[in-house]
Design a protein around this ligand. Structure first.
Ligand SMILES: [Fe+2]
Length: 266
C-alpha cells in the first residue's frame, strides 16, 4: 500500500499570507494536485498537524474544500500546535476519526495492511507537545489490540532532539514516557511526525522517527546552539510511504513542483 504524508499546511484565510510571506493555500493546492496525479495513486493520505495557521473556522473550511476537490482517497488528519481542537472538530467533522475521542483528536485506522495509530500531542496554547496519562493509555491500548499487525504511529511533535535549537525547545516534552510504550511494541514500523518543517530521521525506542518536510515553508537548517530560528523557501515536499509484506516500510521524499526532465539515461 502507498500512503502520502503531507504536513504543516498552515492554511490561512483567503488572501492572507502565513508569516506575511508564504502563500500556504496555493502551496497546499499544488501539493494536493501532485499527490492526486501520482501513478500509482496512494491508498490514503495522512496530514500530521498544523493543518491551519491559527485554528480559525474559515481556515478549516478552506482545507475541507481543498481535500474534497482534490483527493479521492481517504484522508486521516491529526492536529498540531497551530490547530484548535474545537474548530477543527467542527470544520472537519466529515473526515474519518476526527470525532472518535471526546477529549482529543486521536483514533486508529484498521482498513489497510499497515495499521495507523493517529495521536494528539497538542497542549492548548503551547508550542511544545505532550502525551498525558490519558493519551499514553490510549496508545498502549491501541498497540496492545493488534500486536502482530505492522503499524505506524503518527503524531505532530517529534520525540527527539534534532540540533535546531528553536524546534528542540518545542518538541515532545514527554518523550521518555512515549518511548517506554513504543519500546514494548515491536510491530511499530515507524513514528511519523511533522512540526519541524524539515526532513529528519533518528533512531527511537527500537524503531525510527521520521519527520516530514512541510508542503509550505521550511525551517532554516541552522545547527548553531544560539541560532534564532527562521523560515526559508526551500522546495516544498512530502513523504510517500510504501508498505509491502516482503520489504516492509520504505519511504520516499517527493518534491512538489516542476523540474527539468525526465531525461533518458544514455
Ligand atoms: Fe508547522
Amino acid at each position: 500500500m502507498l500512503i502520502a504524508q503531507l504536513t504543516d499546511l498552515h492554511v490561512r484565510p483567503h488572501g492572507v499570507l502565513a508569516n506575511r510571506v508564504v502563500d500556504t493555500n496555493a502551496m497546499l493546492e499544488r501539493a494536493l494536485k501532485h499527490v492526486a496525479a501520482l501513478d500509482p495513486v496512494p491508498d490514503a493520505v495522512i496530514m500530521s498537524g498544523d493543518l491551519t495557521d491559527m485554528g480559525l473556522a474559515e481556515e478549516y473550511a478552506i482545507l475541507a474544500d481543498l481535500i474534497r476537490r482534490h483527493l479521492k482517497m481517504p484522508a486521516y488528519l491529526i492536529p498540531g500546535n497551530h490547530d484548535r481542537r474545537e474548530t477543527m472538530r467542527q470544520g472537519l467533522s466529515g473526515l474519518r476519526g476526527i470525532a472518535d475521542d471526546p477529549n482529543f483528536i486521536q483514533y486508529t485506522v484498521d482498513d489497510f495492511p499497515l495499521r495507523l495509530v493517529m495521536l494528539d500531542s497538542v497542549v492548548p496554547g503551547a508550542g511544545h507537545g505532550e502525551l498525558c496519562a490519558a493519551r499514553l493509555s490510549f496508545l498502549e491500548r491501541a498497540l496492545a489490540a493488534a500486536p502482530k499487525k505492522p503499524t505506524v504511529v503518527v503524531l505532530h511533535h517529534p520525540p527527539i532532539t534534532c540540533g535546531i535549537a528553536m524546534m528542540d525547545e518545542i518538541n515532545l516534552h514527554t518523550a521518555d514516557a512515549f518511548a517506554a510504550v513504543i519500546a514494548k511494541h515491536p510491530q511499530v514500523e515507524r513514528v511519523l511526525c511533522g512540526h519541524h518543517h524539515r526532513p529528519i530521521v533518528a533512531r527511537f525506542a527500537g524503531t525510527l522517527v521520521q519527520v516530514a518536510p512541510s508542503v509550505a515553508h521550511q525551517v532554516t537548517l541552522d545547527l548553531k546552539p544560539d541560532a534564532e530560528g527562521s523560515l526559508i523557501m526551500e522546495p516544498p515536499a512530502y513523504l510517500l510511504h510504501r508498505w509491502t509484506p516482503e520489504n516492509g516500510l520504505v519511504s520516499h521524499q517527493a518534491y512538489v513542483g516542476t523540474y527539468p526532465g525526465p531525461y533518458p539515461f544514455t
